[in-house]
Each structure stands twice: as structure tokens, then as C-alpha cells.
Design a protein around this ligand. Structure first.
Ligand SMILES: *[C@@H]1O[C@H](CO)[C@@H](O)[C@H](O)[C@H]1NC(C)=O
Ligand SMILES: *[C@@H]1O[C@H](CO)[C@@H](O)[C@H](O)[C@H]1NC(C)=O
Ligand SMILES: *[C@@H]1O[C@H](CO)[C@@H](O)[C@H](O)[C@H]1NC(C)=O
Ligand SMILES: *[C@@H]1O[C@H](CO)[C@@H](O)[C@H](O)[C@H]1NC(C)=O
Ligand SMILES: *[C@@H]1O[C@H](CO)[C@@H](O)[C@H](O)[C@H]1NC(C)=O
Ligand SMILES: *[C@@H]1O[C@H](CO)[C@@H](O)[C@H](O)[C@H]1NC(C)=O
Length: 347
């Protein structure tokens, strides 16, 4: 009797405490397993334009013929609630979830919703960005910049103080801080440094407030409107558009975080996707900030970047009472965010 109990306890301890080892199959073996499973991966990715992950879909499907990346982009704050509904109904239809709402991941792990799984290159992810059991991890560094149309403005912009230049009156296009927590965080960082006076002066500039962090950059790329610059939101690079990083207050960066659902309908497809997005071929295609610590020498290091703290967004997001208080501080000044979801608004 006693020995069978202790055996059971030992087995439980092994099941609970064993640290899963890193994926030891080759990418082709995982690919084969994903094909055998049906050749589909359902991904929910945070974002604010429907086509934002088309590049990933095309690259992944080209690399792995016969696999479909069934990706849906929506606001992270809408995706997470829908996943919670599926979890509550034991009806998980999502394989992989990659969101900006970093505070969801520790909770989902605690609820047993996530698969502990370490893709290839997991050891190279900076420890700050990874759950030690592999339940979730950052896969890319996202952040906000200053963006302007170079055909409409000859100088260079960058600092948050530049938003107050007289020539930018009526010509700013900004994302509502009370509609996107990462934009809210941007305004929180600026006001802590430059004070409420900065925000009062910004409102006096009569900016156009829009939904979606991609909307300002998209609009700035067009010639047929009067928008000249955006601050504290998504950037955009293209003809006639330039971006730069502010130096007079901290700017926002965070590890966009990925997890596989424990009840994923296509676990092998999800593993293939996560191995791919952490692979050298995807991570090191062009020099940019990366979650990996073994990047080529010409890659910028996010931990060396002045004026941003890439690990601070998670604790900031975890403090939901503070986030709510701040959101309503802006709502009282700007009103509620107006308009359809940025995925539906044609902007
Ligand atoms: C590969 O990983 C699996 C699952 O973690 C483990 O059971 C197996 O022993 C490993 N194989 C080798 C050769 O390391
Ligand atoms: C694609 O994803 C949606 C959920 O976003 C799901 O309802 C649908 O069944 C998925 N399609 C396939 C072929 O798995
Ligand atoms: C930018 O500079 C060019 C050349 O000096 C000038 O022709 C143009 O009008 C300027 N544009 C603006 C928006 O000031
Ligand atoms: C501005 O140009 C874009 C892209 O060419 C077009 O889709 C949009 O309808 C134009 N807007 C106006 C107000 O003309
Ligand atoms: C973008 O702005 C920077 C200054 O912030 C300047 O050095 C660079 O030449 C600009 N690039 C373009 C394409 O205008
Ligand atoms: C960055 O943020 C983390 C988390 O809030 C904090 O522990 C750390 O001290 C910060 N680093 C710096 C250099 O301020």
C-alpha cells in the first residue's frame, strides 16, 4: 500500500517537475509529422490590419509545401477573450497564439492551457523573454517609433517634444492611448518624463486620433491627406516615410509572445510554426532587434538600446488596476475611441 502510494507520488513528481527537453527532431521530421496530421496550423496573431501576417504566411507555406497557415489577425485584446471562451467551453480551435497582451500568458500557463514545449533554438532566447518550461516565449521585438512623411516635412523628427512644433499643428495622426495598451504605455512613459504639460500641449496641437497602431503609418505613406507625423505608435517604412527613435523620454518595445495550446487541434503543425519563427532563416533574414542572444554581429542588441526597457512591458501589463486607471484618465480627456475596429475601417 505505502509503496504504491510513494510510486504514484514519484510518478506525479516526475510528470509535474520534469523539464521538457528541447525539440530534438530535425525540421524535416517535424514537417512530415505536420503533414501526417493534416497539414494545417491555426494561428491567432495580434495586430490591427488583416494583411499584417501575410509575409509570414507566404514564407511559411513556401518553405513547407502542403502546409496551410490558417492565420487570423485581430486586436490582441479581442483574441484573448475569444480564446478564454474556447478554453471555458473545452473547445480549443487554435493551435498557436501570438499576442501583445503579455499578461495573459502566465495566467494561461497557471490554468494549464499551454503546452510546455521548447522549439529548436529555445536556449538562445534571452532568459528575460522565456518561460523556463517553454509554455511561452517572445519570438520578435515589437516597438513604437516616430514616423513622418518626408515629402511633407523637410526636417527630421524624433523626440516627443517635436510633436509640439508649431508646423505640426493640425497635422498629427495618433493612436488613441485608451484603445491600445501598448500605446497607453507609450504615453505613460512620456508623461512620467515630460509631465502632463506635454500632453496638454499635444492636445492643443489638435491631432487626429485614430484606432489601430498601424493606421498612422499607413496614412502617412499617402500623399492625398494632410497628415505629417505620428508619435508613440507603429512605424512604417516606405517611399516618402521615415522613422526614428525618440531620445527625450523612453520609447516602447516588448517581446511579442508565442504559445502553443495544450489542446491544440494540430500540435505538430504548431510545433513546425514555432520552430520556423525561431529559426536562423526567419530570425536572421535582415538585421533587426531579435529575441535571440546569438544573432550575427551586425544585428542591433535590444538590451543595449538607450531609452527603452524591453522587459518592463510585462510587469506594466500585469498591473491591470493601473492600466484601467490610466485608460480612463485619457478617456476623460479624449473621449472614447471612435470608429470601427481598425481591421474593418478601411484606414
Ligand atoms: C528526444 O526528446 C524526447 C521528448 O522530449 C525524448 O523522449 C527522447 O529521449 C529524446 N531523444 C534523444 C535522442 O535525445
Ligand atoms: C481556421 O481558423 C478558424 C479560427 O480562426 C477555424 O474556425 C477554422 O476551422 C480553421 N480552419 C481549418 C481548416 O482548420
Ligand atoms: C522641402 O525642400 C525643398 C527644397 O528646398 C522645397 O522645394 C520644398 O518646398 C520643401 N518642402 C516642404 C514641405 O517644406
Ligand atoms: C488616397 O489614396 C489612397 C491610395 O491611393 C486611396 O485608397 C484613397 O481612397 C485616397 N483617399 C482619398 C480621400 O482620395
Ligand atoms: C531619415 O531621417 C534620418 C534622421 O533622423 C536621416 O539621417 C535619414 O537620412 C532619413 N532618411 C531618409 C530616407 O529620408
Ligand atoms: C527594466 O524593467 C524591469 C522590469 O520592470 C526592471 O526590473 C529593470 O530594473 C528595468 N531596467 C532598467 C535599466 O531600468
Amino acid at each position: 500500500m505505502r509503496s504504491s502510494i510513494s510510486l504514484a507520488v514519484a510518478a506525479l513528481a516526475t510528470a509535474v517537475f520534469a523539464t521538457p527537453s528541447t525539440e530534438n527532431r530535425t525540421i524535416d521530421e517535424i514537417y512530415q509529422a505536420a503533414l501526417n496530421e493534416g497539414g494545417v496550423v491555426t494561428l491567432w496573431h495580434g495586430g490591427d490590419e488583416k494583411n499584417q501576417q501575410d509575409g509570414l504566411k507566404q514564407a511559411f507555406e513556401k518553405r513547407f509545401p502542403g502546409i496551410t497557415l490558417n492565420v487570423t489577425v485581430d486586436l490582441s485584446k479581442y483574441h484573448d477573450g475569444r480564446l478564454d471562451e474556447q478554453l471555458a467551453n473545452n473547445d480549443v480551435q487554435v493551435d498557436s497564439i501570438i499576442l501583445q497582451t503579455l499578461h495573459d500568458y502566465p495566467r494561461w500557463k497557471e490554468e494549464g492551457a499551454l503546452l510546455n514545449y521548447k522549439p529548436q533554438n529555445f536556449e538562445s532566447i534571452a532568459s528575460e523573454f522565456q518561460d523556463p518550461d517553454g509554455a511561452y516565449y517572445g519570438y520578435a521585438i515589437f516597438g513604437w517609433t516616430t514616423t513622418w512623411n518626408t515629402a511633407k516635412y523637410n526636417g527630421s523628427l524624433g523626440d516627443f517634444a517635436d510633436a509640439l512644433l508649431p508646423e505640426l499643428k493640425d497635422k498629427l495622426i495618433l493612436t488613441y492611448p485608451n484603445d491600445d495598451d501598448a500605446v497607453l504605455y507609450a504615453f505613460d512613459l512620456v508623461i512620467k518624463k515630460l509631465g502632463n504639460e506635454w500632453f496638454d500641449a499635444l492636445v492643443a496641437q489638435n491631432p487626429t486620433w485614430v484606432r489601430g497602431s498601424a493606421t498612422p503609418g499607413d496614412q502617412l505613406a499617402l500623399a492625398n491627406n494632410s497628415y505629417v507625423a505620428a508619435f508613440g505608435t507603429g512605424g512604417f517604412s516606405g517611399p516618402n516615410v521615415n522613422t526614428s527613435l525618440p531620445t527625450d523620454a523612453p520609447f516602447v518595445t516588448w517581446p511579442q509572445t508565442a504559445a502553443i495550446l495544450k489542446d491544440a487541434p494540430h500540435p505538430e503543425g504548431a510545433k513546425l510554426l514555432h520552430n520556423f519563427i525561431l529559426s536562423d532563416e526567419w530570425q536572421f533574414a535582415t538585421p533587426q532587434w531579435t529575441v535571440r542572444t546569438d544573432a550575427p554581429a551586425n544585428f542591433p542588441d535590444i538590451f543595449q538600446e538607450p531609452n527603452t526597457n524591453v522587459t518592463d512591458f510585462l510587469p506594466w501589463m500585469l498591473d491591470r488596476p493601473n492600466v484601467e486607471r490610466l485608460r480612463f484618465w485619457y478617456e476623460a480627456r479624449l473621449g472614447t475611441a471612435q470608429g470601427l475596429s481598425p481591421l474593418e475601417d478601411d484606414l
